[in-house]
Design a protein around this ligand. Structure first.
Ligand code: ADP
Ligand code: MG
Length: 227
């Protein structure tokens, strides 16, 4: 599904160069739920931005569904809209849009008809437990509810891969647990692949595979039975 070969990333700020990733090799299987762990500054977000085709300024080779993405910016943009979903630590909902409108947005970009949008968004709002909050604005929702909306927005267009960067870091532990369970259940149901960056141990127990990143290098890959 996603293959990274010898991926390295150097940030340049004026005269200073900083190597954020060194020779990362990864092979992510379809439907896999992968946790990317490591201390702050270890390169998790840098790696996720590359996996999510948001950053194409790196060395090495990346293939998405057997298609090489190196020097293919237009195709990467197309895939971001059709085949990828994103969840962030700070939810990143559009404040002037209701829960319904936030979730509908990726479908509008993909030119889905308004009757299909209505049906699909309401069905997913129901699955994330927020059917009766459809017309609420983000500032009227709790952190956990906002993250549920963000998860629905990431999944609504049925992407093959969802990238989640510290999705539980702004939540209390009970809510964090519910959010992880929700992502896992929806992902399994739809056959979605997830790569989730987290420095939260609670997160990793739920994943098929845990990848440890340290100073931009993969230190340890650990497979575990799907719980
Ligand atoms: N835009 C940038 N310019 C320069 N350095 C950066 C930039 N983004 C991240 N870095 C550096 O790269 C390293 C990895 O950062 P990041 O991928 O954000 O780590 P993590 O998500 O694991 O906390 C850090 O040392 C960080 O300071
Ligand atoms: Mg980060």
């Amino acid at each position: 599904m996603l293959t990274l070969k010898n991926i390295s990333k150097i940030y340049t700020q004026g005269e200073i160069q900083y190597q954020a990733l060194s020779d990362v090799n990864l092979d992510i299987q379809p439907r896999e739920l992968v946790a990317l762990c490591g201390p702050s500054g270890s390169g998790k977000s840098t790696l996720l931005n590359i996996c999510g085709l948001l950053d194409q300024d790196y060395q090495g080779e990346l293939c998405f569904a057997s298609e090489t993405m190196t020097n293919n910016r237009n195709r990467a943009m197309e895939l971001r809209r059709s085949a990828l979903g994103f969840v962030f630590q700070r939810f990143n909902l559009v404040p002037v849009m209701t829960a319904f409108e936030n979730i509908a947005y990726p479908l509008q970009l993909n030119k889905v008809s308004s009757s299909d949008i209505q049906r699909r968004v309401m069905s997913l709002l129901d699955k994330v437990g927020l059917a009766d909050h459809a017309h609420h604005y983000p500032d009227r929702l709790s952190g956990g509810q906002q993250q549920r909306v963000a998860i629905a927005r990431a999944l609504i267009h049925e992407p093959a891969l969802v990238i989640a960067d510290e999705p539980t870091a702004s939540l209390d532990s009970v809510t964090a647990h519910q959010i992880i369970e929700l992502m896992k259940a929806l992902g399994r149901e739809r056959g979605t692949t997830f790569i989730i960056a987290s420095h939260d141990d609670r997160m990793t127990h739920h994943c098929d595979r845990v990848i440890h990143l340290e100073d931009g290098i993969i230190r340890q890959e650990m497979s575990q039975c799907a719980a």
